[in-house]
Design a protein around this ligand. Sequence first.
Ligand code: DOR
Ligand code: ZN
Length: 346
Amino acid sequence: MDKLSIIRPDDWHLHLRDTPYLEAVVPHTARQFARAIIMPNLQPPVRHCDDASAYRKRILAALPDSSNFQPLMTLYLTDNTSVKEIERASQSDFIFGAKLYPAGATTNSDAGVTSLKHIYPALEAMQKHGLVLQIHGEATGPEVDIFDREKQFIDTRLKSIHEDFPELRIVFEHITTADAVDFVESQNEYIAATITAHHLLINRNAMFTGGIRPHHYCLPVAKREVHRQALLKASTSDSVKFFAGTDSAPHARNTKEAACGCAGIYSAYSAVELYAEAFELADDFSHFEDFMSVNGPNFYQLPVNDDIIQLQKINWKIPDSLDYPNDELVPFKAGEILKWKLINND
Ligand code: DOR
Ligand code: ZN
């Protein structure tokens, strides 16, 4: 088999930043995906429907002329998110979810939620109106070991959110552990998870191979090999609860290669090809289309896309760097060879 044709995929978790960085990254995603769930962790965050509407317009303005790419907007939940704002978001035709960042969990999460009790009225309204909750599932606090943050979040937060709002649709974002896979699989159909290409391709050793590797640092951090294997098994399985969400997160080279480097991996340049690389490792493409293009829209209750993309089995090299205002961007697996290449829409 040296060609793959699949329904055009969507990216169910993406960071695009804002002008002028937006213009540098949007074309990469739009070349591959029809739609993407756009993360709201700008500075200041996208808290209100009006902010989301204005941000959406800036994204659309950054698209190449021929592109039909659709940004699916989200709101950033804070301790003060009102029920009214959730109602407005649910009635809009461009907002598809609201994101829970535990305060301090990751990049631009300072305005996030300090205690779940503050957002219970908002969650109640989201359940009532069918707005999806996207969760950055990491417990915070200096006492929590960074490699245990996801499991702790499941045990101390996620279980209770799901119990208290059993019909609230939840996407547990960018899962990194076998514990998360098991949890999602064992719950009802209202909870699903995104999995990134990088968490399918690297384990935690990648951050330390021959020295410190800042371009492999993201949050949640990559975990042990056993967890990578569990993610790969879940992605290639027949479960409808797992789907692609790149968590591609651009940071300029100088902010990654620094004494305190930013968290985030830029995978958008070759996202579909990176996922194909992972499925190639598992030597099983039987559910590739479901994972990339079907399970996500079904969970979000949106139609699947109506065109096709094609990949060819051919070696090609990811560039060492990409253009980025005032600096450059180092893509995930910079300078490395991939085995699959998107062929019909360059
Ligand atoms: O590595 C990450 N980078 N994880 C996140 O949750 C946020 C993201 C970013 O915005 O840079
Ligand atoms: Zn993210």
